[in-house]
Ligand binder design. Structure first.
Ligand code: FEO
Length: 171
């Protein structure tokens, strides 16, 4: 059984994962509006990964005899000044999510909830990848410095991203 405190914290994280998916869907819409369809596609995949993060927690709370209670999802920003700005915001958001996951792991350990701690190890590893991929794109955009050719090449590369459901659907 989950403690009430842990149950609430996991419910808050479910909401945060849904917000992440909403944020990336908004970024996707912005990118398509800028004719950056590779960026738009990349953010769409990112949105789907966030949904799988939310559903993994949803399943876990149910499996542990907890109760999922859904709350309103806040509206995300709708525009960014440039590709660098939108990717910079992505990296910043992922760093924030990492801090949230670390706090959850801290709580799980304080409560001696080893099952939740084990689940959270998956999220901790996932955050390393999330931050690394956003950071790599931010660095490439800094190299490109807004130049058309480089941006088009990067857009084409981002169009190749595929959904990594293999790891996200593990339980
Ligand atoms: Fe669910 Fe991008 O962290």
């Amino acid at each position: 059984m989950l403690s009430k405190k842990m149950e609430k914290a996991l419910n808050d994280q479910i909401n945060a994962e849904y917000y992440s998916s909403y944020l990336y869907l908004s970024m996707s819409a912005w990118a398509y509006g800028q004719n950056l369809s590779g960026f738009g596609h990349w953010f769409e995949i990112q949105m789907q990964e966030e949904l799988s993060h939310a559903m993994k927690l949803f399943k876990y709370v149910n499996d542990r005899g907890g109760r999922v209670t859904l709350k309103a999802i806040a509206g995300p920003p709708v525009k960014w000044a440039s590709p660098l700005a939108v990717m910079g915001a992505t990296l910043k958001h992922e760093q924030k999510v990492t801090a949230m996951i670390n706090k959850l792991a801290e709580l799980a350990l304080a409560e001696k909830d080893f099952a939740t701690n084990a689940l959270l190890q998956w999220y901790i590893n996932e955050q390393v990848e999330e931050e690394a991929s956003a950071s790599e794109i931010v660095n490439k955009l800094k190299m490109i410095k807004g130049a058309g050719n480089g941006l088009l090449m990067l857009d084409r590369a981002l169009a190749q991203r595929q959904l990594n459901v293999g790891t996200t659907q593990q339980t």
